[in-house]
Write a protein that binds this ligand. Structure first.
Ligand code: HEM
Length: 393
């Protein structure tokens, strides 16, 4: 049976979700789990169980949405395609990101990058960990992974943020569209050098894999798909690292536990991704008449799959708003599920959970926050906006 229309859902404001979405999500999970939110132009799916149902039925809930904010800003990437077309693009890109390749090839690069980034700040005694550590480290790791030789941290971060902002530009801000167009043009210029070099001289990178796959991608396909890697591969490791650092810096007991038992670092990372999911929501489109969470959906209806809410669903997680590395239920939907399950999951676990976070706390001894109110922002993408800290020198 269809749920009755909920007045509060109609009045949900995106600006409020950006500031702090969790009270609204709690309300929606309880009263209107597939809620029509006019400002978002879609139904928000907020319960864990319904999210899993969507992910397990990709024929009914399509990823392709054209035009979508993403196709408008960066073109048709693997993220917004379905079935065989999606699989072809994904297969061409995935080899360098598999667990074995991460272990054998990328771990030393991630370690070197972390040592360099931390080495640049360690003598200062204080900094904004978000801007001076988590951001540049994610940028360097991603430039290596993609094969964007010679592209600096600042460009990587600017392009990534511009693409991310356009992908979440539900408010249609023209400045955000323009900034993304500039980023795409600059990235294309960098690709003019990278593509011929990697064609001649293959390496372990994602762009090289796309060029030399059994079913190789065209240069146009590579240019387009690299944009989604750039958007998705920088902000999320950065935000998860900053959120995890914040969590440990505000939970002394758990910090002591992980410092005493380093095997817990991987728990720290997973719990941070659950607690403040770097990607909070992603879109799907209904292919055929169906019912979800008591709501009848028609072909063409747009959904927002709110994984940030699923990850705090009290039906699954005990004390869901608490950061707790010792929690019993640890599987979450922070990396999505189904055919579009994040291709960067294993590199992120290694780069952030295995290398970045432990090295941060080991290198900056006596690390502590220097402001009590750390600002967080976002609902489509969410993380700390700043993380100023000091340490002993
Ligand atoms: C903490 C880190 C990360 C989180 C939480 C995260 C989260 C996600 C989520 C939720 C999706 C699914 C989106 C959807 O279904 O619409 C996704 C897809 C994807 N992610 Fe990540 N991501 C992270 C890091 C990375 C990194 C480092 C890379 C690149 C090296 C990456 C590349 C991708 C790609 C290419 C897809 C699309 C896969 C496909 O469509 O088949 N991600 N990610």
């Amino acid at each position: 049976m269809a749920t009755t229309f909920s007045q509060p859902a109609e009045h949900i404001r995106l600006a409020e979700l950006w500031r702090d979405p969790y009270p609204t999500y709690r309300y929606l999970r309880e009263h209107d789990p597939v809620a029509w939110v006019p400002e978002a132009g879609r139904y928000l799916v907020t319960r864990f169980e319904d999210i899993m149902h969507v992910e397990r039925h990709p024929e009914t809930y399509l990823s392709s949405e054209n035009p979508s904010l993403m196709t408008r800003s960066i073109g048709e990437t693997l993220l917004r395609q379905d079935g065989a077309a999606h699989q072809r693009l994904r297969r061409a890109a995935e080899a360098p990101l598999r667990p074995r390749m991460v272990k054998e090839h990328w771990l030393p690069a991630f370690r070197r990058n972390a040592e360099d980034v931390l080495g640049a700040v360690v003598g200062h005694g204080e900094c904004d960990l978000f801007r001076e550590v988590a951001g540049p480290l994610a940028a360097r790791n991603l430039a290596d992974l993609l094969g964007l030789r010679g592209v600096g941290d600042a460009d990587m971060q600017e392009w990534s943020q511009a693409i991310i902002d356009a992908g979440g530009n539900y408010g249609e801000d023209p400045e955000i569209w323009a900034r993304c167009a500039n980023a795409v043009a600059d990235l294309d210029t960098a690709m003019d050098e990278v593509l011929p070099a990697l064609r001649r001289d293959p390496d372990h990178s994602v762009i090289s894999a796309m060029l030399h796959a059994v079913d190789p991608l065209t240069e146009d396909e590579i240019r387009t798909n690299v944009r989604v890697f750039l958007g998705g591969g920088l902000n999320e490791p950065r935000d998860s690292m900053a959120a995890a650092a914040y969590a440990l810096l505000t939970h002394d007991d758990q910090r002591e536990d992980v410092e005493a038992e380093p095997a817990l670092w991987k728990r720290v990372f997973e719990e941070a991704v659950r607690w403040v999911s770097p990607i909070g929501m992603y879109p799907r489109r209904v292919a055929e008449r169906t019912e979800l969470g008591g709501r009848v959906l028609e072909p063409g209806d747009k959904l927002g799959v709110v994984i940030a809410s699923g990850n705090r669903d009290e039906r699954v997680f005990d004390r869901p708003d608490a950061f707790d590395i010792h929690r019993a239920e640890t599987s979450h939907v922070g990396f999505g599920g189904g055919p579009h399950f994040c291709l960067g999951t294993w590199v992120s676990r290694a780069a952030v959970g295995q290398i970045g976070l432990p090295l941060l706390f080991r290198t900056l001894s006596g690390l502590r926050l220097t402001e009590t109110e750390v600002p967080f922002g976002g609902w489509v993408f969410r993380g700390p906006l700043r993380l100023t800290a000091a340490w002993d020198v």
